[in-house]
Design a protein around this ligand. Structure first.
Ligand SMILES: [Zn+2]
Length: 297
């Protein structure tokens, strides 16, 4: 039988310092078109655990690389077994106050582009428009041979039906729908193939060791050009695919602010750092901006 799902710790809900909020409000009012860059830290309040601790170090074993996935049947079995266990957490996750606050900033015309390192789709579900998913979507799967696309949700019943023993095993969910699977039965894991051609299925996410598609980077770079400043939310920026936008912003003379509880790789180049929880900070920011608008109207 399966063990009960573990409790998932969320960020502390300590309110951000008023002085930090003053500075953040000022930053947003002086830069009317923001390039928003989000990472795993914005989705922890939705029950999707992050990869890294406050110092940017791995909390657990690093995720699978593209080379491992493509190179070994046993790695693929291990990946899909963990994915099957971790999927419900990601598939059922709901947007939190931080996603909703960013959607409100977007609706107020303050967001030029929202670029996310997350694959959970929660920004779109909260109502943000024109989201660029740098690392793809965990909600989709595609065939490496014929290119056919399937929803990840439609794959789940097939995975469970083929692997009832693994379905009952204990696991701790993780950021990409992967999981810590404390179960040694994955060698026999039965992976469904593409229904159209029998080819190999891969989640439509960018694995470690895999490049972000060039057109996606170009679209995000153009959005950065059109923006006045960068607002980083909930990312340690340890991965270059996200960090480069901060480096480019500095090169292009655009200031960068960050809301993140822990340190970030971009700390030395930040114009403003708010070390507070994403949701509490963004909700307070949206309330302040609305009050400021109302008083100046
Ligand atoms: Zn196929």
């Amino acid at each position: 039988m399966s063990d009960p799902a573990p409790l998932i710790a969320v960020n502390p809900t300590a309110a951000p310092e008023p002085a930090a909020l003053d500075a953040l409000q000022d930053f947003v009012e002086r830069h009317p078109r923001l390039f928003v860059l989000t990472g795993a830290g914005i989705s922890t309040d939705s029950g999707i655990p992050g990869y890294r601790d406050d110092n940017g170090a791995w909390k657990r074993s690093p995720p699978i690389t593209l080379q491992e996935f493509l190179g070994s049947e046993s790695w693929r079995r291990r990946y899909w077994a963990r994915s099957m266990i971790g999927w419900p957490t990601v598939g059922l996750a709901q947007p939190n106050g931080a996603h909703r606050a960013l959607a409100q900033l977007d609706a107020a015309g303050r967001v030029g582009a929202l670029v996310t390192q997350n694959v959970d789709g929660l920004h779109q579900r909260a109502g943000s428009r024109d989201v660029i998913e740098l690392h793809g979507s965990i909600g989709l799967v595609h065939c490496l041979d014929c290119g056919a696309q399937y929803t990840r949700a439609s794959l789940q019943p097939q995975l469970v039906a083929r692997n009832p023993a693994v379905a009952g095993a204990f696991a701790e969910p993780a950021a990409d729908g992967d999981a810590h699977l404390e179960f040694d039965g994955t060698n026999a894991f039965d992976i469904p193939a593409c229904e159209a051609c029998g080819g190999m299925l891969k989640p439509s996410v960018v694995f470690f060791g895999e490049n972000v598609p060039r057109e996606r980077v170009a679209a995000a770079s153009a959005a950065l050009d059109a923006a006045d400043a960068v607002l980083v939310v909930g990312s340690s920026l340890m991965v270059y695919s996200g960090y480069r936008f901060c480096a480019w912003a500095q090169q292009r003379g655009k200031p960068v602010a960050a809301i993140n509880l822990g340190k970030t790789r971009a700390d030395p180049l930040l114009a403003l750092k708010v070390a507070a929880p994403c949701a509490a900070t963004l909700e307070a920011l949206v309330a302040r901006l609305a009050a400021s608008n109302a008083s100046s109207a």
